[in-house]
Design a protein around this ligand. Structure first.
Ligand SMILES: Nc1ncnc2c1ncn2[C@@H]1O[C@H](COP(=O)(O)OP(=O)(O)OP(=O)(O)O)[C@@H](O)[C@H]1O
Ligand SMILES: [Mg+2]
Length: 321
């Protein structure tokens, strides 16, 4: 399974946000913030993303470090580019990819990367099948990522200790070199499950020592997942109709107890399936004029159609109903 290699362009109009060399270099935090417009990205991060308090606060810390670094640079105090490589650990669907995109915007606005795009890869994009294929593959990816962020999802798959001749090691070595030598032009973010990432770092001290910032993404609470559902529906021009939000809360409780729960990603998938049921429900009413509300509301039946509600009623309650 290979995730597609995709690039996400930087913020629209970001070029304009990069301040032209001002007559006077910034001397205050406010001036750096005004020149870079980085605060807008941080505010968006706060408002667009539900929960993630520890992640948001770490990002503010990193941004503060970079702003101060700019001020130091302006007084010729900085000695070297700060190390910005990061690791994002957490379960699936906890927002790692989403936050990486925002991080790239922040780094771009503060002038730490030229372009601010994100190139997202997995092992298969970096490692070849045959001898001699890995180096060119990895270098091609790095070329695409230069000036932005290279996001390596499930990075631990690069390292397969059970296979002595695994080509993943070659990709890691090239990565390490670039992380060291070109850190003024490329930020690497490795991501994945926390426990597997810890083991990976233990076996690869070279990598671990080059990563300055470790951000841990917690699982969402049920309340946060509900809020995420509200946000997702709003951006798709849908909403929970009367009584539906409560049914979705029941759905979440059932789903959380199932295996392979993937946080916000599971919420998105559940909403997609509900939209299918809503469409089938409306499709059946051939002659009815469909109002704006009909077309945008998910109703309790659209959620209850899920298999999770099929579980047989326990005998005790069956007797009384
Ligand atoms: N805090 C949040 N608020 C609103 N939406 C969120 C939040 N976190 C994640 N999402 C949404 O959930 C979906 C999954 O998030 P994302 O892809 O960033 O997770 P991930 O941790 O990278 O998952 P995976 O490990 O499966 O790749 C996206 O559509 C994203 O917009
Ligand atoms: Mg992801």
């Amino acid at each position: 399974m290979s995730a597609p290699l995709y690039t996400i362009p930087g913020v629209p109009g970001a070029a304009a946000a990069t301040p032209a060399p001002a007559d006077e270099p910034a001397r205050t935090v406010a001036e750096v913030l005004a020149q870079s417009q980085v605060e807008a990205v941080m505010d968006e991060l706060d408002t667009d993303l539900v929960g993630l308090a520890p992640v948001k606060s770490r990002i503010r810390d990193i941004a503060a470090l970079l702003v101060i670094d700019k001020l130091r640079l302006n007084l010729n105090l900085a000695a070297q580019t700060p190390s910005l490589h990061m690791s994002f650990t957490g379960n699936p669907g906890t927002g790692k990819t989403t936050v990486a995109l925002r991080m790239a915007q922040i780094l771009h606005r503060l002038g730490y990367v030229r372009k601010g795009h994100v190139v997202s890869v997995t092992r298969d994009d970096l490692v070849g099948q045959y001898i001699g294929h890995t180096a060119p593959k990895t270098k091609e990816v790095l070329k695409k990522a230069m000036g932005g962020v290279l996001f390596v999802d499930e990075a631990y798959y690069l390292y397969r200790p059970e296979n002595e001749r695994d080509y993943g090691q070659e990709a890691i070595e090239i990565l390490l070199q670039i992380m060291e030598n070109q850190r003024d032009d490329l930020v690497v973010i490795v991501a994945g499950y926390k426990d597997r990432m810890d083991t990976f770092f233990k076996s690869n001290p070279g990598l671990s020592s080059r990563i300055a910032h470790h951000l841990d993404f917690p699982d969402y609470s049920q309340g946060e997942l509900l809020q995420i559902a509200d946000r997702m529906l709003a951006t798709m021009n849908y909403h929970f109709g009367a009584g539906t939000r409560e049914v979705f809360a029941d759905y979440l409780a059932l789903r959380l107890a199932q295996p392979h729960f993937a946080n916000a990603r599971s919420v998105r998938n559940a909403l997609d399936r509900s939209r299918l049921r809503q469409a089938s429900r409306l499709f059946a009413e051939r002659e009815r004029e469909l109002t704006r509300d009909d077309l945008t509301a998910l109703m309790p039946a659209d959620i209850r159609g899920s298999r999770l509600f099929d579980t047989p009623t326990p005998p005790a309650t069956q007797a009384t109903t």
